[in-house]
Design a protein around this ligand. Structure first.
Ligand SMILES: *[C@@H]1O[C@H](CO)[C@@H](O)[C@H](O)[C@H]1NC(C)=O
Ligand SMILES: *[C@@H]1O[C@H](CO)[C@@H](O)[C@H](O)[C@H]1NC(C)=O
Ligand SMILES: *[C@@H]1O[C@H](CO)[C@@H](O)[C@H](O)[C@H]1NC(C)=O
Ligand SMILES: *[C@@H]1O[C@H](CO)[C@@H](O)[C@H](O)[C@H]1NC(C)=O
Ligand SMILES: *[C@@H]1O[C@H](CO)[C@@H](O)[C@H](O)[C@H]1NC(C)=O
Ligand SMILES: *[C@@H]1O[C@H](CO)[C@@H](O)[C@H](O)[C@H]1NC(C)=O
Ligand SMILES: *[C@@H]1O[C@H](CO)[C@@H](O)[C@H](O)[C@H]1NC(C)=O
Ligand SMILES: *[C@@H]1O[C@H](CO)[C@@H](O)[C@H](O)[C@H]1NC(C)=O
Ligand SMILES: *[C@@H]1O[C@H](CO)[C@@H](O)[C@H](O)[C@H]1NC(C)=O
Ligand SMILES: *[C@@H]1O[C@H](CO)[C@@H](O)[C@H](O)[C@H]1NC(C)=O
Ligand SMILES: *[C@@H]1O[C@H](CO)[C@@H](O)[C@H](O)[C@H]1NC(C)=O
Length: 555
């Protein structure tokens, strides 16, 4: 992958420079449609601007009772959230005895379950969401799938190790089938064949068609999100020929396909927002710098740096002000760098610069701006997970917490500038910071193991999480993001049934040597927790409500 590391600060500046170009018009339809539409960098519903906070609850269709779905959506709505992001896929290779599944793919043979433990569950979620005044962002597949100890493709069998087998099926976000299940069950070997193999494309389009046509006239759908975290790598190996163009082309093909059967709803990517300034573009921005259009009355203009020099200066200022703040508060530490809760050796210059690579150099095969600029893609998406990705050089004089907050701000700002260049709305589709209470449950999106189950030093305090979220959200509001979706909702007192996502005795991870009555998910019939469950932070509803108020006041 080394040869695809093209990141340079100059390259980033070039990206930001391209913000001066006028983008192709988005597929906005003005008017007063009750379907969510775009108008420049905003969403509209019934002719009014629509900005929102939302949350992720991929597991909603996997709950055991309608009452649980109803209560959860009611609680989500009560904090002021307007959009809930849900997995509209649930693929299996072997039909499970109990619990929800939508599609079975076994040795290339596909069947879709539209029974009561199939798509009717999704119907219930959509219907109840609408009754609670919520929109549903529907994700159509996942990049991830639990790593396989062998290639049978069954998620239960695929789990390796002793700790993970304690988890019920559908407990983790990556345990709902997805790209690698298609690849395995169609007899192929490489992850990226999902994007290129004609038969798989046909199968995925069949599934997509089934879902999309089911809700084509339903205004409660916010958007069709093509995939969670699409990229070249996953649990199966990559072929070596996957590039940003492969992934962008797949988006274009799929978006056009959906548009051909659904004229009503928005279409989005679901990628993590990785940038690649120097990658070849399938959908280049207009290269000729044109005069800036005058902003519509009342609309905020995001600032766009114009030269490499200016960007370098900004980076330097960023570091300087960090150091100043650290000095003032007595946090300046010259002797080392705090990496993810641990003290490590002093960072060298090389370590610092190499840290910025993958999110900006195309090595994941994702060029979020090229994807955003596809005509049938209606808005940009990105995610913010400082526990899993590095978005900015870390400042050795600051705590890892402060570096996480700062890198998040830097990432949000870069994303806003990139979306400005394209001229489409921008959504942060998932963001989270792992707390001490959640650390024992934290499973990175590409893994099935709770890495820090017994590491009592990992994670931030609830107060730090509150402050970080508040800081990121305030900045997102002021940079005119159109939506901010927290990861992930936590719901207690759900109904347990054997062999389902909420199973008696196995509800939640009991890996933690630190489980207390307050954070022992097993004793509380708690919704799934990948390490970001909001249940343990009592201030979270306040953060939601403050931001919900702010989006309303500013729209
Ligand atoms: C938009 O208008 C429709 C019908 O006029 C109504 O049912 C719906 O609740 C409205 N949506 C919003 C978000 O105001
Ligand atoms: C929130 O969920 C609880 C069950 O945990 C339920 O009793 C309550 O009615 C819900 N609140 C709303 C506003 O729906
Ligand atoms: C915030 O909460 C208050 C009640 O606590 C509620 O009246 C208000 O509608 C909420 N804000 C939004 C935007 O939902
Ligand atoms: C794969 O797992 C299944 C189910 O546990 C088992 O029956 C099969 O023998 C395994 N195959 C290999 C090659 O290990
Ligand atoms: C897709 O659906 C068509 C029509 O039902 C069917 O002929 C085709 O075999 C399906 N493709 C796959 C890969 O299952
Ligand atoms: C998960 O992602 C991280 C960061 O990209 C990487 O270092 C790690 O090897 C990945 N793990 C797996 C199992 O793919
Ligand atoms: C975010 O903005 C709200 C007011 O809109 C304010 O109360 C809160 O303190 C701000 N948070 C941070 C961390 O600046
Ligand atoms: C869960 O149920 C217990 C016991 O019925 C109750 O005390 C608690 O308040 C409930 N929690 C929530 C969040 O509904
Ligand atoms: C499925 O549910 C039934 C009835 O609740 C239960 O007896 C059985 O053990 C469950 N099967 C599995 C594999 O969990
Ligand atoms: C967590 O709850 C489960 C189920 O009630 C119980 O068996 C277990 O002992 C509890 N663990 C701790 C550490 O409290
Ligand atoms: C949000 O606004 C409502 C009134 O519109 C108010 O009652 C509530 O206190 C506000 N919430 C916060 C957290 O500022």
């Amino acid at each position: 992958m080394k040869d695809r590391r093209w990141f340079t600060v100059g390259g980033l500046a070039a990206l930001l420079l391209s913000g001066l170009a006028v983008a192709a018009p988005p597929t906005a339809k003005r008017g007063s449609s009750q379907f969510v539409q775009t108008d420049g960098a905003s969403f509209t519903v019934n002719g009014s601007k629509f900005r929102y906070v939302g949350t992720n609850a991929y597991w909603l269709p996997a709950l055991n009772t309608d009452q649980d779905i109803w209560n959860t959506l009611g609680n989500i709505s009560a904090v002021g959230a307007k959009v809930v992001r849900v997995w509209a896929f649930n693929d299996v290779a072997t039909t499970p005895v109990n619990g929800t599944w939508f599609q079975s793919i076994q040795n290339g043979k596909v069947s879709i379950n539209d029974g009561p433990n199939g798509l009717q569950k999704l119907d219930t979620v959509v219907q109840m969401a609408q009754q609670h005044g919520l929109y549903v962002m529907m994700t159509l597949t996942n990049n991830w799938y639990p790593s396989a100890s062998n290639s049978t493709g069954s998620s239960l069998q695929a789990r390796g190790g002793t700790t993970e087998t304690a988890l019920p099926r559908n407990y983790l976000s990556n345990d709902y089938g997805g790209m690698d299940l298609y690849v395995r069950q169609f007899g192929l070997q490489c992850h990226d064949q999902f994007y290129t193999d004609e038969t798989i494309l046909n199968a995925f389009q069949n599934f997509t068609s089934k879902i999309v046509s089911r809700y084509v006239n339903n205004p409660a759908i916010f958007s069709w999100e093509l995939a969670n975290d699409p990229r070249c790598d996953s649990t199966l190996p990559t072929s070596g020929s996957c590039t940003t163009e492969t992934v962008t082309q797949w988006h274009a093909t799929m978006a056009q396909y959906i548009r051909s059967i659904d004229p009503n709803h928005l279409i989005s990517s679901g990628n993590q927002g990785y940038m690649c300034t120097d990658c070849p573009k399938l959908y280049p921005l207009n290269p000729a710098p044109a005069p800036q259009p005058s902003p519509a009355p009342g609309s905020k203009k995001r600032s766009v740096p114009v030269t490499t020099k200016q960007l370098l200066r900004e980076l330097a200022d960023f570091r300087r002000s960090n150091r100043r703040a650290a000095k003032l508060s007595g946090r300046l530490k010259e002797d080392g760098i705090r990496v993810r809760g641990r003290w490590a050796a002093t960072a060298t210059r090389r370590q610092q610069s190499s840290e910025v690579g993958p999110a900006y150099d195309g090595s994941y095969g994702v060029d979020s701006q090229d994807i955003m600029n596809i005509p049938d893609i209606n808005f940009g998406t990105f995610q913010l997970f400082p526990d899993q990705d590095t978005y900015a050089p870390s400042d050795p004089s600051l705590s890892s917490y402060q570096n996480s907050v700062n890198s998040g701000l830097y990432w949000i700002r870069n994303q806003a500038q990139s979306a400005d260049a394209v001229g489409k709305p921008l959504i942060m589709t998932a963001f989270g910071l792992v707390t001490q209470d959640n650390a024992a449950d934290f499973v990175p999106f590409n893994m099935t193991t709770a890495l820090y189950a017994s590491d009592t030093s990992y994670g931030v305090t609830n107060q730090q999480q509150t402050d970080a979220y508040s800081t990121w959200l305030n900045t997102s509001v002021s940079l005119n993001l159109a939506g901010m979706i927290q990861y992930q909702w936590g719901q207690q007192n759900l109904t347990a049934e054997p062999g389902t996502v909420i199973s008696p005795g196995t509800t939640g991870i009991t890996l933690s040597s630190r489980a207390t009555p307050a954070n022992n998910d097993s004793s509380q019939n708690m919704s799934p927790n990948d390490g970001y469950n909001s249940r343990s932070n009592p201030d979270m509803s306040q953060v939601f409500n403050t931001t919900a108020n702010a989006t309303q006041n500013s729209s």
